[in-house]
Design a binder for this molecule. Structure first.
Ligand code: CAA
Length: 264
C-alpha cells in the first residue's frame, strides 16, 4: 500500500499477509505515525473475509531488529497527558491484533525491546531467530512499560519472572525466551520465515472459522484481566513523565550517555 511509509503490508500466497515494520534507521522504533499505520493496516485486514485473509505474520525489516521499542525521541518531548494518550494509542493498536479474527504470528528477527517486546507479546505466538533479544528496558529510561507490557509479560512468563525482568530491564536471549515459554521456537535467521510458514501451513488446512473462534475464546478468557490492567498501566505511564528521572533517562539515551537517576 503506497500510503504507508513506516510499514509494509503485503499479501502472499493463500491469503497469508505480512506486516513488516520498516524504519530500519531507527531499528523500527514505534512513533505515532507508525502506530497509526499499523492501526490502518489492521483495520483493512479486519474488513476482509477468510478468502482474502487467513493468517497475519508480523516482522521487522533488516537483520538487527524486530522493533527496538517506542520512539524515545518522540517520547522525550511529551507531557503526562500526551504520554498517557501515547500509551493508550499503542495499547489500542496492539489490542486490534487480539480482535483480528485470524491468527497473528510474530516472526521476531532481532531486538524486541520495550514496545517491540510488547508488540510481540500482543501477537498470538512468537517464533524467534537465534539473534533475537527480548526485554522491557523502560526502567533504564526512567519509565515503565506502556504498551501492555506489565499485563502481558505476566501472562507469558509468570508473576515473579515478569517482576524480575521489568525491575532489572535485563535482556533475554532467544534461547532463554524459549526456555521461559515466551517463544515457541528458535531458529537460525535464514530459517525464520520458512519455519513460520510451516506453522502457517498447518493452520491453513484447518477450518478458518474454528481457528478464528478458538482465538476469540482464548482471548476472551484472558483479556478480561488484561483490559483492566491496561488502563491502569497507561495512567501510570503518563504520570511518570512528570518525574525528573524520566526526562534524564530519555535525554541520556538520545545523548548516548549513562543516565544519573535521583529517584524523583
Ligand atoms: N527510539 C528511537 N530511536 C531508537 C530506538 C528507540 N527506541 N532504538 C534505537 N534507536 C535508534 C538509535 O537512536 C540510533 O539512531 P542514530 O543512528 O540516529 O543515533 C539507531 O536507532 C541505531 O541504534 P543504536 O546505535 O543504539 O544501535 P546499537 O546496536 O548500539 O544498540 C539497542 C541497539 C541495544 C537496541 C539500542 O538501540 C537501544 O537500547 N535502544 C533502545 C531500547 C529501549 O530502551 N526500548 C524501550 C523504549 S521505551 C518504550 O518502549 C516505552 C513503552 O513501553 C511504550
Amino acid at each position: 500500500n503506497a500510503d504507508f511509509q513506516n510499514i509494509k503490508l503485503e499479501k502472499k500466497e493463500n491469503a497469508v499477509w505480512f506486516l513488516t515494520l520498516n524504519r530500519p534507521q531507527a531499528l523500527n522504533a514505534l512513533n505515532s505515525q507508525t502506530l497509526n499505520e499499523i492501526g490502518d493496516a489492521l483495520r483493512q485486514l479486519s474488513e476482509m473475509d477468510y478468502d482474502n485473509a487467513k493468517v497475519l505474520v508480523v516482522t521487522g525489516s533488516g537483520e538487527k531488529a524486530f522493533v527496538a521499542g517506542a520512539d524515545i525521541k518522540e517520547m522525550s518531548d511529551l507531557n503526562a497527558d500526551q504520554a498517557q494518550a501515547f500509551a493508550q494509542k499503542g495499547q489500542s493498536v496492539f489490542h486490534e491484533l487480539n480482535l483480528l479474527k485470524i491468527p497473528v504470528i510474530a516472526a521476531v528477527n532481532g531486538f524486541a525491546l520495550g514496545g517491540g517486546c510488547e508488540l510481540a507479546l500482543a501477537c498470538d505466538f512468537i517464533i524467534a531467530s537465534e539473534n533475537a533479544k527480548f526485554g522491557l528496558p523502560e526502567v533504564s529510561l526512567g519509565l515503565i512499560p506502556g504498551f501492555g507490557g506489565t499485563a502481558r509479560l505476566l501472562g507469558a512468563v509468570g508473576l515473579r519472572k515478569a517482576r524480575e525482568l521489568t525491575f532489572t530491564g535485563e535482556m533475554l536471549s532467544a534461547a532463554e525466551a524459549y526456555r521461559l515459554g515466551l517463544v515457541s521456537a528458535v531458529v537460525p535467521q535464514a530459517e525464520l520465515i520458512p519455519t513460520v510458514m510451516k506453522k502457517v501451513e498447518m493452520i491453513l488446512v484447518k477450518s478458518a472459522v474454528a481457528v478464528g473462534l478458538s482465538k476469540k475464546s482464548i482471548n476472551e478468557a484472558y483479556d478480561l484481566e488484561v483490559e483492566k490492567a491496561l488502563s491502569n498501566e497507561a495512567e501510570i505511564f503518563g504520570s511518570i513523565f512528570e518525574s525528573v528521572d524520566s526526562k534524564e533517562g530519555m535525554a541520556a539515551f538520545l545523548e548516548k550517555r549513562k543516565p544519573t537517576f535521583i529517584g524523583k
